[in-house]
Design a binder for this molecule. Structure first.
Ligand code: E4P
Length: 219
């Protein structure tokens, strides 16, 4: 499973890229607003740091979405245009995909919505795990079912598990067969952490230091 970071914060993205573990970024209007910059400027900056950057459309009607999607796609070759899973979003997505623009169908909560996304030629489909869990449903099960349906149908749209809120979600998304998992920076950072790793380093360092003491060197 490829790992993406779900943020528009340049410092977080630079750090995550420096760790060598992420190969993409997802953004949405909430994350862009949090970064405090205009959409175009921020997405272009992110695209200079990493490939596969999802940028969301904010219009609602098919024709407006087509114009907006083309404009966003022209910002940078790394951009993937996000459209919501609505009749207008999908109709616009089909036109954009037909023009060779990569689209990410977002706000997906069912296998049927994922089938619609595939039908219009989506490059990514984004089931929102955490938001589904929030209403008492099983977000991970939806990812697993979408992966299974796509495999059975020979669909090549990539499953991007989104709205991953904690490390267990990341493990579950991988076990469910997601192609990509996107998560906030804090969750990415938490993937490294284990008390036994810290304890192991502490002990190895202490033992190493002992070998550096003069009396430890036997001649
Ligand atoms: C992904 O594309 C979305 O931006 C994101 O994963 C949503 O996460 P949230 O439900 O925690 O806001």
């Amino acid at each position: 499973m490829r790992l993406f970071v779900d943020t528009a914060d340049l410092e977080e993205i630079k750090t995550a890229v420096g760790w060598g573990v992420i190969s993409g970024v997802t953004t949405n209007p909430t994350l862009i607003a949090r970064a405090g910059r205009d959409h175009e400027t921020q997405v272009k900056r992110i695209c200079e740091l990493v490939g596969d950057v999802s940028a969301e459309t904010v219009t609602e009607k098919r024709d407006d979405l087509i114009v907006e999607g083309r404009r966003i796609a022209a910002w940078h070759k790394n951009v993937i245009v996000k459209v919501a899973c609505t009749p207008d979003g999908l109709a616009a997505g089909k036109v954009l995909a037909g023009e060779g623009i990569r689209i990410n169908v977002t706000l997906v909560f069912t296998v049927n919505q994922a089938l619609l996304a595939a039908a219009v030629g989506a490059y990514f489909v984004s089931p929102f795990v955490g938001r589904f869990d929030d209403i008492g449903e099983d977000g991970t099960a939806v990812v697993r079912d979408i992966v299974s349906a796509y495999r059975q149908q020979g669909i090549t749209t990539k499953v991007l598990a989104a709205s991953l809120r904690h490390p267990v979600h990341v493990t579950q998304a991988a076990l469910a067969g997601a192609d990509i998992g996107t998560m906030p920076f804090k969750v990415l950072e938490s993937l490294y952490k284990h008390p036994l790793t810290d304890l192991g380093i502490e002990r190895f360092m202490a033992d190493y230091r002992k070998t550096q003491e003069p009396q430890a060197i036997k001649r």
